[in-house]
Write a protein that binds this ligand. Structure first.
Ligand code: GLV
Length: 313
């Protein structure tokens, strides 16, 4: 069924494959001036930088679907959308591998101090191979704690084991014993995760319940000399407290891809050599980004042709 008048407003530049799908069922406008087009929009393709709240919804009376072109949807007031009958979708699965690859790369870079070594070389400090120079930590034999064992957490667990890491996890819900056995992971309570992990990697969504789960007291309960990796969402960690806990050497290092108030980064972190800072790039490969955009478009396409969306939240 073709509904030529259905307008999709997009907040991102869409690849041809997504655009042509949407043009089968209507017109597409944006990203230029997308906000001024909301009053006519039946579908909105959003990003984590777009706050979809009651105020935006009030400006979009015809809206039927918000297709977030990312997997996390903490930028969307899902309850407000439900109240107005607006469907919300996200992009699970298509970014799992890229995100898990990046998490593991960041983990290795942080523990082995790769950015520090590279900065040193560029500064002309590499004077030939020296026995005791540029030492980092070991991942083989380390206990990796994973907080949040959803799709990405599981993909990280799968990647960690061949490196010789022992993997334990804490999650909102415990996985079936068979899945735990297949992944080779052990469930532990939150306190055990904090106090016995050598490396703690976060893979839980940002919700009121997970806000600052790593506050100063939790950070100080982590093992002395351990590492924190956050590729999930910034608000899980109290960033100012993290800077203090790194500065006094309680934690050996941290690798961050996400921040509490993006694009701002806690200034105290920028002064620390033991922290590796990435600009929120976990899913940033062309193939993955195209798949994310296409899945968002497929959700809109389904909705506008009277079918159930593929990946509702
Ligand atoms: C990126 O952060 C995502 O949620 O997809």
């Amino acid at each position: 069924m073709k509904l030529p008048m259905a307008l999709t407003v997009t907040t991102l530049e869409l690849p041809e494959s997504a655009l042509s799908l949407l043009q089968e069922v209507g017109t597409v406008e944006g990203p230029e001036g997308w906000e001024s087009r909301l009053d006519r929009a039946e579908a909105l393709i959003a990003l984590l930088t777009v706050r979809v709240d009651a105020d935006l919804l009030a400006r979009a009376p015809k809206l039927r679907i918000v297709a977030n072109a990312v997997v996390g949807y903490d930028n969307v007031d899902v309850a407000a959308c439900r109240e107005r009958g607006v469907v919300v979708t996200n992009t699970p699965d298509v970014l799992t591998d890229a995100s898990a690859d990046l998490a593991l790369a960041l983990l290795l870079a942080t523990v082995r101090k790769l950015p520090q070594a590279e900065r040193s070389l560029r500064a002309g400090e590499f004077h030939g191979w020296r026995f005791w120079d540029y030492l980092g930590g070991d991942v083989g034999g380390a206990t990796l704690g994973i907080f949040g064992l959803g799709r990405i957490g599981q993909a990280v667990a799968r990647r960690a084991r061949p490196f010789g890491m022992r993997v334990q996890y804490h999650s909102r819900s415990r996985l079936p014993a068979q899945t735990e056995a297949e992944l080779g992971v052990t469930w532990v309570d939150w306190d055990t995760l904090l106090t016995t992990s050598d490396i703690l990697s976060l893979h839980a969504p940002s919700t009121p319940q997970t806000r600052h789960v790593l506050d100063e007291s939790a950070l100080r309960r982590m093992r002395r000399g351990s590492y924190l990796i956050n590729t999930a969402r910034g608000p899980l960690v109290d960033e100012a407290a993290l800077a203090r806990v790194l500065a006094d050497g309680h934690l050996a290092g941290a690798g961050l891809d996400v921040y509490e108030r993006e694009p701002a980064v806690e200034p105290a972190l920028l002064d620390l050599q033991t922290v590796v800072l990435l600009p929120h790039i976990a899913s940033a490969t062309p193939r993955t980004r195209e798949a994310m955009a296409r899945l968002a478009a497929r959700n809109v396409h389904a909705m506008l042709t009277g079918r159930p969306p593929l990946t509702p939240v």
